[in-house]
Design a protein around this ligand. Structure first.
Ligand code: FAQ
Length: 346
């Protein structure tokens, strides 16, 4: 499918078995008493809620898992600027344009804090970017969908930033210090983003019949991809068990997805919009909404690079990086000149 952008609880709950399911080293389940002494001590620090800092000893699997997740997260923030950037020149008012620009700039900042957090684990930003540009690194599936109308700016803020916050608030308490601390500011900014999105939706829903239809159409297109942001269902999530044990993940993919549905349905009702899911219903007994099955084939297709905009996003990202080479070269030349002056003066 082509991209049409240019047209218009606590983890584990006392689990005592330690799963190593990511490709990060050992591949078997281990009980606490079977861990080597250094690893056991590490796990006990995690269980006690102690933050792990860059200079602390850590198992190689923990380091790799964090590099994987933090770098995917950083790439998502950077690539995530592209669907919205497409609407900067077409925002309906100067105020909306200024707000959208500020939001997109925030996303760039989030990417930079996250690359910095990943660098504390011994990888370089250049390595991470090279993997992204070569198409080897993942970023969130959501950013491979097109933004067809101004209402999509509302839907992204409301649903995509809304989902990002639900996922990221627990990360403020994750076990790795630099990641947890970066998330505090990111979440505050995401909260502004979600409100600006909902504000756009409110304005459209109070407008003409055509504007209300634009808002409904955007909700129809962004609802299911937003639910996919939380990752595969718990039964298919290969990384969750180990990440929960290491307190990188404090809630499961399905728990957070359910939280998103429960939070968003009343917001849609307030807007007078209909969630595009005939199976959606309130369950009095559980106190949660039940919802229909996600199209996992579509999710896996997007992850494999076959979503509506995967190729365009990557092409644009690589082009932007290449276009910025003169600036990076200039910064480097300036830094070298300053260093040479300092060493002459010393
Ligand atoms: N898209 O075993 P799990 C934002 C991959 S930021 C692509 O469950 P895990 C701000 C997963 O990486 C949005 N890939 O994995 C913004 C793994 O692959 P791997 C980004 C996905 O890590 C707003 C495989 O599937 N947020 O929106 C997706 O335990 C507006 C198996 O999955 C974060 O990155 C997906 N949706 O759980 C910016 C938050 N889901 O590496 C601009 C931090 C799963 O084994 C505009 N990350 N995969 O090859 C996380 O919380 C976790 O990494 C999950 C996945 C929950 C995303």
């Amino acid at each position: 499918m082509p991209c049409f952008d240019d047209v218009v609880g606590e983890p584990g709950g006392g689990v005592s078995v330690y799963a190593q399911l990511v490709d990060t080293g050992a591949q078997r389940l281990r009980a606490l008493e079977d861990l080597p002494p250094q690893e056991r001590e590490f796990q006990q620090r995690i269980d006690a809620g102690t933050k792990i800092e860059p200079k602390d000893w850590m198992p190689e699997g923990y380091r790799k898992t964090l590099v994987r997740q933090i770098s995917q997260h950083a790439h998502s923030e950077i690539v995530g600027q592209l669907p919205e950037a497409n609407w900067v020149t077409r925002a309906p008012t100067l105020q909306r344009k200024a707000i959208l620009l500020a939001k997109i700039q925030d996303e760039a900042g989030h990417g930079l804090y996250l690359y910095s957090a990943a660098e504390t684990l011994g990888v370089s930003r250049d390595e991470l970017l090279a993997a992204l540009h070569a198409g080897k690194a993942k970023y969130s599936s959501i950013f491979n969908y097109p933004t067809l109308s101004w209402a999509d700016m509302g839907a992204i803020g409301w649903l995509v930033d809304g989902s990002a916050i639900i996922n990221q608030i627990p990360l403020c308490r994750c076990s790795y210090g630099p990641y947890a601390r970066a998330m505090v500011r990111v979440c505050k900014e995401e909260s502004f983003h979600a409100r600006q999105g909902y504000d756009i939706m409110m304005a459209l829903c109070k407008g003409s019949a055509e504007q209300r239809q634009m808002a409904q159409d955007a909700l129809n297109r962004w609802w299911w991809p937003s639910l996919m942001m939380f990752g595969p269902s718990d039964r298919d999530s290969v990384n969750s068990a180990q990440s929960a044990q290491w307190r990188i993940k404090l809630f499961s993919n399905d728990e957070l997805r359910q939280r998103m549905v429960d939070q968003t349905v009343p917001q849609a009702e307030r807007l007078g919009l209909t969630i595009p899911d005939p199976a959606l219903r309130w369950n009095e007994d559980t106190g949660h909404y039940e919802f229909g099955e996600i199209d996992w084939t579509e999710f896996h297709d997007v992850l494999k690079g076959n979503g509506p905009c995967n190729r365009e996003r990557l092409r644009t990202r690589v082009q932007a990086y290449e276009d910025g080479a003169w600036f990076r070269d200039g910064l480097l030349a300036h830094a070298e000149k300053q260093a040479a002056r300092r060493s002459l003066a010393a």
